[in-house]
Ligand binder design. Structure first.
Ligand code: 26Q
Length: 745
């Protein structure tokens, strides 16, 4: 990359008479020209990342930062009278739902930054994750036509490299769009678009807006096969040509990472290609596959484990169905020979009761299987994959997630980054461990940090006022829960805690209460009724609280619309307390928790997922931990009876009663349904996620934090402790672990 040339090109851009859309296209094109001029020799060994989701967000600022021209470009255009912040209106590339999709994006960023050859494959959805509106407090989804206004200047269509994908009932062209990922190495994210007929185009039309399985969906199977097969054919054909069909060396040159089971059809396609097109034996093909594939698990929720009906697979992919059946028998034979019991074989089997378990295929064929936080990996070994673990202990390892400090610190919190520059020089930018040199007891550091936090809170308040029309209380603590809406994440428990505080404040019971603002952001899967009811409930609570003159100078609730990557970039730096309150054992890792930590928010949460490691790294002193632990849950459930619990605790009863006593409108009976789910035996286990059980301890933790917040210096110290001990949660560290322990790059 020729930086001087790029700067000259930027200077030469004339702003007069141009719309911001035109300028966006022109500036992006100038950057792309430099990025694409980079010629790199093909590396001897490459890693390929298979993910059905990439939540990239906006690429503009990220790319200018990576190119090292962001500050200068701001100046150049300011002089011309154009503010580059105008591009904050550019739509996110939201080709993902949440954690798993954003993780893929962070990993691409870090791999390029660290100089590892990592190539991503996925789907170029015409419509990304829906845009969320509220109508009377209820979520309404709108199509995310992300290409309409701003186009996609960061990708290049590769018409000539299109690949034909065959289904039993149609043939589809997979047209690649390549997005360069710029860093020490320039890698590529290749997204395939389905073309050919109106039927074909449907395959890449929509991202599935659920972050758990919807059963038996033909279109989902088509999507998964479509992109995995396109990627696999390209890789296998390129290799076959280069090494004249000698696949013995394939595992030395290629390594595959499956981002959850969503691309497991790539395994079947690989076996199909090697046996049908290259005429190798099935055994040979499987043995090559075993040296090449790896699998990351992101969830233990049973409803999110993909098990496809074999009749569906047979109908549209007969050859693939055949391959899966052969693999089933192949694995069975291996296990019989290895002395596994029939029960163990049934447990691990590829097919059961007419369904194919994508997770079992993935574990069987993978050299390495990893969980995404220490505790999650332990649960994989002890529960979900215990039989596999017994027979293949060497396959399993942990790689705790990470987030990219470029987007989640340097870009979203320039003020904090500049404070670090001033204190440490620039070396922390390539190694966050340097941040430990910042002394958290030094008064100067504390007051500078507190001033930065105050600025980020003001900026956030101004932004929320402009977007939502709500003026946040200026001198309050900002307490935030932003993530997908899921019962296990327990936004409902936060809602109950707020109501509890509300009633206490009304009753004059909290005399020393520091004003608190609760900020929510969350999308619910469009078919997930209970999650939608919880959104409505929180919006109704917001109306009640914010409209009540008795309390609204001390308590405020705002649920922002359409929470996405760009909104996160504003909310996270402006937060004091990060809520991470999932039921222990259910949140595989969480990654929002890491972004908050990096920006100096304290965590108030349960010992679940990566929270455990965050508290370890920052020191327990800096955070507020409460609630049932993973090791306690089973025992608690033996005797837990939510009705009895509430009968013993009338203040909690007052709160849960609001679901049914007419405090809020409930024409469709959705709140009643939430109520029944907490108390009635008809649900296999009432209050399955222990919302009520953990609520008293949650309140206690909130009130301790509220009291300690009055000591400004103490709280700033806790926050700075978190920020300066977040190096471990950089995706640079995580990607190095993948590269060393799994990919051998
Ligand atoms: C599967 C089949 C059909 C339709 C949808 C799906 C589907 C889609 C998305 C299933 C799961 C997902 C996404 C899961 C996810 O985001 N998991 C999160 O991954 C993060 C990164 O590892 C973790 O930090 C979170 O704890 C985990 O919830």
């Amino acid at each position: 990359m020729n930086r001087d040339k790029l700067i000259e090109a930027l200077k030469a851009i004339d702003v007069a008479g141009k719309t911001k859309e035109e300028l966006y296209a022109e500036i992006s094109a100038a950057c792309m020209e430099e990025i694409l001029s980079e010629r790199q020799k093909a590396p001897a060994r490459c890693a390929y990342y298979f993910s059905v989701e990439y939540l990239m967000g906006r690429m503009f600022y990220n790319n200018l930062l990576a190119l090292g021209v962001l500050d200068e470009a701001r100046e150049i255009f300011a002089k011309k009278g154009f503010d580059l912040n105008a591009f904050e209106d550019v739509e996110d590339a939201a080709l993902g739902n949440g954690g798993l999709g954003r993780l893929a994006a962070c990993y691409l960023d870090s791999a390029a930054n660290e100089g590892y050859p990592l190539y991503g494959f996925g789907i170029r959805y015409k419509y990304g994750l829906f845009r969320q509106k509220f109508v009377n407090g209820e979520q309404v989804e709108e199509a995310d036509d992300w290409l309409r206004t701003w186009g996609d200047p960061w990708s290049v269509r590769k018409e000539s490299e299109k690949i034909e994908i065959n289904f039993a009932d149609m043939t589809v062209s997979a047209v690649p769009y390549d997005m360069p990922i710029y860093g020490k190495s320039v890698n590529t994210l290749r997204l395939f678009q389905a073309e050919g007929s109106p039927e074909a185009e449907k395959i890449s039309e929509y991202l599935y807006p659920a972050d758990d399985t919807e059963e038996g969906k033909l279109l989902r199977i088509r999507q998964e096969y479509f992109f995995s097969a396109a990627a696999m054919r390209q890789i296998v054909r390129d290799y076959g040509k280069k090494y004249s069909g000698n696949f013995g060396g394939f595992p030395e040159h290629c390594v595959f990472q499956l981002n959850d089971t969503h691309a497991v059809f790539a395994v079947a396609e690989f076996l199909r290609l090697l046996t049908k097109e290259y005429r190798f034996t099935f055994t040979y093909a499987v043995e090559i596959a075993k040296k090449t594939f790896n699998y990351t698990n992101h969830t233990i929720l049973p409803e999110a484990l993909e098990c496809w009906d074999m009749r569906l697979v047979e109908r549209i992919l007969p050859e693939i169905a055949q391959i899966l059946k052969r693999l089933h028998l192949y694995a069975k034979r291996e296990w019989e020979a290895g002395g596994c019991s029939p029960a163990e074989i049934a447990e691990m089997s590829v097919m059961r009761r007419g369904r194919v378990s994508m997770a079992n295929v993935a574990v069987f064929v993978s050299g390495k299987v990893n969980g995404v936080a220490e505790i999650h990996t332990k649960i994989l070994k002890a529960q979900l994959f215990s039989t596999f673990y017994k027979h293949y202990p060497y396959k399993f390892l942990n790689v705790t997630n990470g987030v990219t400090p470029r987007r989640w610190l340097m870009l979203c919190n320039e003020e904090l980054a500049r404070f670090y520059d001033k204190s440490l020089g620039l070396k922390w930018r390539s190694d966050l461990n340097e941040l430990r040199e910042i002394h958290c007891t030094n008064e100067n550091n504390l007051s500078e940090f507190a001033a930065i936090k105050a600025i980020k809170k003001q900026q956030l308040a101004a932004y929320i006022e402009s977007k939502e029309g709500v003026k946040l209380l200026p001198n309050a603590m900002y307490v935030t829960q932003v993530k997908r809406l899921h019962e296990y994440k327990r936004q409902l428990m936060t809602a109950f805690a707020i109501l509890h505080l509300y009633f206490d404040l009304k009753d004059g019971k909290l005399p020393d209460f520091t004003p608190m603002v609760f900020i929510f952001g969350a999308k619910a899967a469009s078919g997930y009724k209970r999650a939608k009811a919880i959104i409505k409930f929180i919006n109704d609570i917001a109306d009640l609280v914010n409209g009540d003159e008795d309390v609204n100078a001390r308590l405020q609730v705002v649920f922002v619309r359409n929470y996405d990557v760009s909104y996160a970039e504003k909310i996270i730096p402006g937060t004091d307390v990060s809520l991470q309150v999932s039921t222990a054992g259910f949140e595989a890792s969480g990654t929002g928790n890491m972004k908050f930590m990096m920006n100096g928010a304290v965590t108030l949460g349960t010992l679940d997922g990566a929270n455990i490691e965050i508290v370890d790294a920052a020191g327990g002193w800096g955070n507020y931990i409460f609630g049932a632990k993973v090791t306690e849950i089973e025992k608690i459930k033996e005797s837990y009876d939510p009705s009895e619990f509430v009968a013993q605790n009338l203040k909690i009863k007052r709160v849960t009663d609001t679901l049914t006593d007419g405090t809020f409108g409930d024409e469709g009976g959705e709140l009643k349904e939430v109520y029944r789910c907490l108390f009635e035996q008809t649900y296999n286990s009432p209050d399955h996620y222990l919302v009520l059980y953990d609520l008293p301890k949650y309140l206690e933790a909130l009130l301790i934090a509220n009291r300690e917040y009055q000591d400004k210096e103490l709280f700033a110290r806790k926050q700075l402790m978190n920020a300066t001990h977040s190096a471990y949660f950089s995706s640079d560290r995580a990607i190095r672990e993948y590269a060393e322990k799994i990919w051998d790059l």
